[in-house]
Design a protein around this ligand. Structure first.
Ligand code: ADP
Ligand code: MG
Length: 338
């Protein structure tokens, strides 16, 4: 019989990385969410070779104090929650404290930061999960996270990566989802040195137009409904703009892109009378509710959530979209019983 032994931290992080960092796009998502949680108003992304060679995210957010740099790369260390109460009403995108630790365990990571009130920046390097000492560095107020050679130390995982083009496409999709939900933030995306997106601060309508295109905007019906603490804003495309695939379906819950069965079903139902069953509706919808009404801690990458009142939410979404499609919303509350 083999005896039971505790796994070393480094291996624990690599195991978690298997869930959190499936591919470069997942590392990019963790990094972008951190920049948004740090209240950045400007975020720049540089990728090389689909993100496999390099992912660098630079922001002008709150920054990290020099003494906290090692903690930022430590597992289960977070500045975002401190208690179960905090977890139950969490309003930041991150809170599990494992994003950077996971990425650092499977890459060469450099974290450089300067809080707004600090005179100098500091930097910490982690290679294969091993932390080097914090050193002074040059950086404007804000934070840069640079991830080089993802999975260089885990060849079995590296084999699962697809071509640079495919990995790049996933990174671009991740970037676009996040940029769509945060039009007040200025974003830049470069790949192999070329600018792919340069998005200034915009209104929601401008950002949707920039990312989803003129055709979508021309076919889009605006929507803005509020009822009993639930809110739904955004655009639904008229049925003439329907798609053969689901790629123009953007649904956000409190600023987080999610795939949710309840929402998908409600929207599908709302389109049922106007859309051929083989076509897919297109929409960019921003659903808001009290954070206590949704559990975001059900999936390591938080792509899935669980609603406490899923029946009421289904009805609200269905009625809001149904009315928009009938062309009668324009600010009116749906007559929904909650
Ligand atoms: P989480 O986001 O769940 O807290 P992470 O591992 O992603 O966990 O980040 C750990 C901590 O590092 C965060 O709680 C935050 O305090 C800090 N941090 C990470 N990225 C940034 C950033 N871009 N700007 C400011 N602080 C950051
Ligand atoms: Mg995070």
């Amino acid at each position: 019989m083999k005896r039971i032994q505790k796994l070393p931290d480094h291996l624990v992080n690599q195991i978690a990385a298997g869930e959190v960092v499936e591919r470069p796009a997942s590392a990019l998502k963790e990094m972008l969410e951190n920049s948004l949680d740090a209240a950045a108003s400007k975020i720049t992304v540089d990728l090389a070779q689909g993100g496999i060679k390099l992912i660098r995210v630079t922001d002008n957010g709150n920054g990290i104090a020099a003494d906290d740099l090692p903690l930022a790369l430590d597992r289960h260390a977070t500045s975002k929650i401190a208690s179960l109460d905090d977890l139950e009403s969490v309003s930041t995108l991150g809170f599990r404290g494992e994003g950077l630790a996971s990425v650092a365990s499977v890459s060469r990571l450099t974290l450089t930061s300067r809080p707004h009130d600090a005179e100098h920046a500091h930097q910490i390097i982690a290679i294969d999960g091993t932390l080097h000492p914090v050193e002074p560095a040059a950086h404007p107020a804000g934070t840069s996270v640079e991830v080089v050679d993802l999975y260089f130390n885990t060849p079995a995982r590296r084999k699962f990566l697809k071509s640079d083009n495919t990995e790049y496409a996933h990174c671009a999709a991740t970037f676009e989802r996040i940029a769509l939900a945060h039009p007040q933030v200025e974003f830049t995306l470069r790949h192999n040195g070329k600018v792919v997106w340069r998005l200034p601060q915009q209104t929601v309508a401008e950002r949707v137009g920039a990312l989803l295109g003129k055709d979508f905007v021309e076919a889009a019906l605006p929507l803005d409904t509020q009822a009993a603490g639930l809110g739904l804003t955004g655009f639904v495309a008229s049925p003439t703009y329907s798609k053969a695939s689901r790629d123009a379906q953007y649904f956000f819950v409190n600023g987080r892109f999610v795939r949710d069965k309840t929402a998908q079903h409600a929207l599908r139902q709302a389109y049922r009378d106007v859309l051929h069953h083989e076509r897919h509706p297109a929409y960019a919808l921003f659903f808001t509710l009290d954070p206590a009404g949704v559990d975001v801690n059900v999936h390591p990458t938080k792509i899935e959530v669980r609603f406490r009142e899923s029946q009421a939410i289904h009805q609200f979404l269905f009625h809001s979209v149904h009315r928009a499609l009938a062309g009668t919303t324009a600010g009116a509350s749906p007559a929904v019983q909650l």
